[in-house]
Design a protein around this ligand. Structure first.
Ligand SMILES: [Zn+2]
Length: 82
């Protein structure tokens, strides 16, 4: 698929027209591009647009969340009394 054109819907979304790259197919589809959160805050923010921070991650932290353990990792308690 390639994006043939797009149209602004809101300050945080666009409607896309996509075309299949297979010449025999010729499918044309509508899609949507939506901004959902901030990874790195803007140096010149638009006060009209406020996103929630990306869930549970600091900027530039690309560590994936384990699929079987969505909670944060914490050090195991160790009994040092003997
Ligand atoms: Zn196709």
């Amino acid at each position: 698929m390639i994006v043939r054109n797009s149209e602004v819907q809101t300050a945080t979304s666009r409607e896309l027209r996509l075309a299949c790259t297979n010449d025999d197919c010729r499918a044309v589809l509508n899609g949507q591009l939506v901004l959902i959160s901030t990874r790195v805050p803007s140096a010149c923010p638009n006060p009209a647009i406020v996103f929630a921070a990306a869930r549970g991650r600091a900027p530039h932290d690309d560590t994936p969340t384990p699929a079987n353990d969505p909670g944060p990792l914490t050090p195991a308690a160790t009994d040092m009394s003997g």
